[in-house]
Design a protein around this ligand. Structure first.
Ligand code: PHB
Length: 358
């Protein structure tokens, strides 16, 4: 029988009961100190029928924060908070990986104990920072010295160790959407003249160093990576995205990763991304491929049947439909998502969307 969204799958060592993945979704509802709490446990446990949950993007260090009320994965208290989530998801037969995040320049001193955000180059992004005081202008970030990069790689290693202690089935390295690793990759944000700027090889160096270190810590079969070759969100551009991301994909083959996760366009309405041949890039990758962005059930099934994707990540549908898998299975109507409660708040728009059985 042909494969579809309901077929089991294996991503590295992670066995999925279906191919419907909950995409990483920033929700800004963590407790003080970036510690996940009971409301977050309920939210993730409600969605455990997904074949795999990728958690919201989660800072690997205090300097990795760029928005209010994010959970972290670098203190003992955060590990204990996440452990309740992984236990609850596993008790329902689900699988969950944590997305490891450093925002780079997409931050503000008020979110960083007064420190300047860091970036490959001192280039202020267009747009506004989302802070506890509301939307404010970005500041010019501080360009990282090459001598500081090994400590950032070690922050990824520390966060990976914390994730394993917290009981996650794996980790996803966030190299997408205009955050630190993507800022290094793309030439609109990386104007460095040292070993970390210029050629594809140099711009991909930090990502590959991070990947190598995380793989050595967790095992390649527990590590995925997320990229967004043409997403203009967070003021990102590149002069030759196809060649750059074909190069990155070919380099990633050396690690035998659990999966490559691609955002196949622009998020937050930035739909006018340059033409990019995702199928060409996908064919270069020798492992499992997770496709994301505006898929519905029919397009998801078609992408799996054609071999374009192994699994499909759904974002907004999972916000509004904790039982998305059952709804797709039975062709039931979907709840509408309320965008006003996406970022921050309480249980409203978070854990109160109705199940079919309700
Ligand atoms: C967001 O908060 O809008 C956001 C966070 C992480 C992403 C993308 C968007 O990767």
């Amino acid at each position: 029988m042909a494969l579809d969204l309901f077929s089991p799958a294996k991503l590295g060592s992670i066995a999925l009961k279906n191919r419907i993945v909950m995409a990483p979704l920033t929700r800004n509802r963590a407790g003080d100190g970036g510690v996940p709490h009971d409301l977050n446990v309920t939210y993730y446990a409600q969605r455990a029928s997904a074949g795999l949950i990728v958690t919201e993007a989660t800072p690997i260090s205090a300097m990795g924060h760029g928005y209010p009320a994010l959970p972290g994965i670098y203190t003992d208290e955060q590990v204990a908070g996440w452990k309740k989530i992984t236990d609850a998801v596993h008790a329902k037969g689900g699988k969950i990986v944590i997305q490891l995040w450093h925002v780079g320049r997409i931050s503000h001193p008020t979110l960083l104990n007064g420190a300047l955000p860091v970036a490959p180059s001192a280039i202020k992004p267009a747009g506004k920072a989302f802070t506890y005081q509301g939307l404010v202008d970005y500041v010019e970030p501080r360009a990282l010295d090459a001598s500081e990069l090994p400590a950032i790689v070690q922050d990824y290693v520390h966060a990976t160790k914390c994730a394993l202690k917290a009981g996650f089935d794996g980790v996803e390295i966030h190299a997408a959407n205009g955050y630190l690793l993507d800022q290094f990759l793309r030439d609109g944000s990386n104007k460095r003249t040292d070993n970390y700027g210029g050629s594809f090889e140099n711009r991909a160096r930090l990502l590959l160093e991070v990947t190598k270190a995380v793989v050595e810590t967790a095992g390649a079969d527990k590590v995925g990576i997320r990229i967004s070759p043409v997403n203009p969100f967070n003021d990102m551009q590149d002069s030759n995205p196809q060649a750059l991301f074909n190069y990155v994909t070919e380099q990633l083959n050396q690690f035998n990763l659990a999966y490559l996760h691609a955002v196949e366009g622009g998020i937050h309405g930035g739909g006018k991304a340059d033409a990019f041949d995702f199928e060409q890039m996908r064919k270069l990758f020798k492992g499992a491929y997770m496709a994301n962005l505006s898929y519905d059930k029919a397009r998801g099934n078609a992408a799996i049947a054609s071999g374009h994707a192994d699994v499909i990540a759904y974002g907004v549908p999972f916000i509004a439909n904790p039982d998305l898998v059952e709804r797709y299975k039975t062709d039931a109507a979907l709840n509408e998502a309320d965008s006003k409660s996406f970022y921050g708040g309480d249980e409203k728009g978070y854990t109160d969307y109705p199940f079919l059985s309700a």
